[in-house]
Design a protein around this ligand. Structure first.
Ligand code: S3P
Length: 424
């Protein structure tokens, strides 16, 4: 990556990863066919489709377009898989699909790559076991050997804030006997709830509690997945680095449980205007225009940390260029993502010459630092690769990111798209 002068242009993003996974999974257990446009092009969402195919579902790219997917639902009973369900690098696939797999009266095995095999799964094993499934794991980590069963509803207070776990349990609850009640410690993204409603199920919410009645039938939908806000974050932060930058993103997901990034960037001084707000299957979509200016600092803690969990790597990567710096707290979950993101951010920033304080549950990164280009590492993590491509834009000298191909996990076209937006 070479330094840039500014960021200018317009971009439309591939479909949101979180919504793509959920639509595909629900389409598989719906009655009738679904057609999903602008389905995420990332490898993670391809892992979900691969697993659904192993469960006997017709799920194919259609219309000669990579991002249009046709899925023929089988209703609540899927086929017994003849091979392990390969979730690749995708925690979302393993955690959310386990809720559906656990309700099938068959045996299945869910496996993942080296990174996924290190990630904790007790968070789904415990409640799904409470609902009646039998799950063997490698000390709480993948592979998961699931003996499905007729599940019974659960009343569950989630110990960690995790939308993946919430969706897993909502999906399992839909296929269970009785009413499932889930309480989350803080409000997390609500795509699972909205997607279930889009497919015709009733889901009730009051405060941090969601409820679903088992045995409701889903019907297939035709939907266009809104542009991925977590992918947009890289371009927004790139634009934020340069006074005079101008960026337009249309068809973008604006779901309020995901859009905290926009508030934070506005508080930091980025000018953002939103137009053409619309709603599709309960999800808000819109166009945003941003203009770079001076960039103040921020503190991210508590519920904000959960709301910004996927955007923290890029916010931290640009922190040294801000006026007051950025402090991140309550982010222990970042240590168990695709990589230990706290350690990865600190290591790369230090390689660029930054002063960083690394804490068990966060980072403190002073502002007004000048960084130099360096040989950086993605740690096999898509968001680290993309975050540091952005940081490199304002460094002095060239940077090299080893393992940058990891970006393909969520956004294969990231590097060419970024190149199309930067002016040197
Ligand atoms: C996701 C939830 C978050 C996030 C992940 C996608 C989702 O994970 O980091 O990229 O789609 O529900 P947790 O639920 O583990 O916080």
């Amino acid at each position: 990556m070479c330094p840039a002068r500014t960021v200018r242009g317009s971009v439309r993003l591939p479909g949101d990863k979180s919504i793509s996974h959920r639509y595909a999974m629900l389409a598989a257990i719906a009655d009738g066919s679904s057609r999903l446009e602008n389905y995420s092009t990332g490898a993670d969402c391809a892992s979900t489709l691969r697993c659904l195919k192993s469960l006997g579902v017709f799920a194919e790219r259609t219309d000669g377009a990579e991002s249009v997917i046709a899925i023929r639902g089988l209703g609540p009973s899927l086929a017994a898989p003849s091979e392990p369900l390969d979730c690749g690098n995708s925690g979302s696939t393993m955690r959310m699909l386990s809720g559906i797999v656990a309700a099938q009266k068959v045996k299945s095995e869910m496996v993942g790559d080296a990174s996924l095999s290190r990630r904790p799964m007790e968070r789904v094993i415990k409640p799904l076991t409470g609902m009646g499934a039998k799950i063997e794991s490698h000390r709480g980590k993948p592979p998961l050997r699931i003996t499905g069963a007729g599940l019974k509803a659960i009343d569950y207070k989630m110990p960690v804030a995790s939308a993946q776990v919430k969706s897993c349990l909502l999906f399992a609850g839909l296929l269970a006997d009785g009413e499932t009640r889930i309480e989350e410690p803080v409000r997390t993204r609500d795509h699972g709830e909205l997607a279930l409603r889009a497919f015709g199920a009733e889901v009730a919410r009051s405060g941090n509690e969601v409820r679903i009645r088992g045995g409701q039938a889903l019907r297939g939908i035709e939907a266009r997945v809104p542009g991925d806000l977590s992918s947009a974050a890289f371009f927004l932060c790139a634009a934020a680095l340069f006074p005079g930058s101008h960026l337009l993103i249309d068809g973008l997901l604006m779901n309020p449980t995901r859009a905290r990034l926009l508030d934070i960037l506005m508080q930091m001084g980025l000018k953002i205007s939103m137009t053409q707000l619309d709603e599709a299957h309960g999800e808000m979509v819109g166009t945003i225009q941003v203009e770079g200016g001076r960039l103040k600092g921020a503190t991210i803690a508590g519920a904000d940390t959960a709301a910004l969990i996927d955007e923290i790597p890029v916010l931290a990567a640009i922190a040294p260029y801000t006026e007051q710096g950025i402090e991140v707290r309550d982010a222990r979950e970042l240590r168990i993502k695709e990589s230990d993101r706290i350690a990865a951010i600190a290591a790369n920033l230090r390689l660029m010459g930054a002063n960083v304080e690394e804490n068990e549950d966060g980072l403190k990164i002073p502002g007004q630092q000048n960084l130099r280009g360096a040989e950086l590492e993605s740690f096999g993590d898509h968001r680290i690769a993309m975050a540091f491509a952005v940081a490199a834009l304002r460094a002095e000298g060239e940077s090299l990111i080893r393992g940058a191909e990891a970006a393909a996990v969520s956004y294969p076209a990231f590097f060419p798209t970024l190149e199309g937006l930067v002016e040197r």
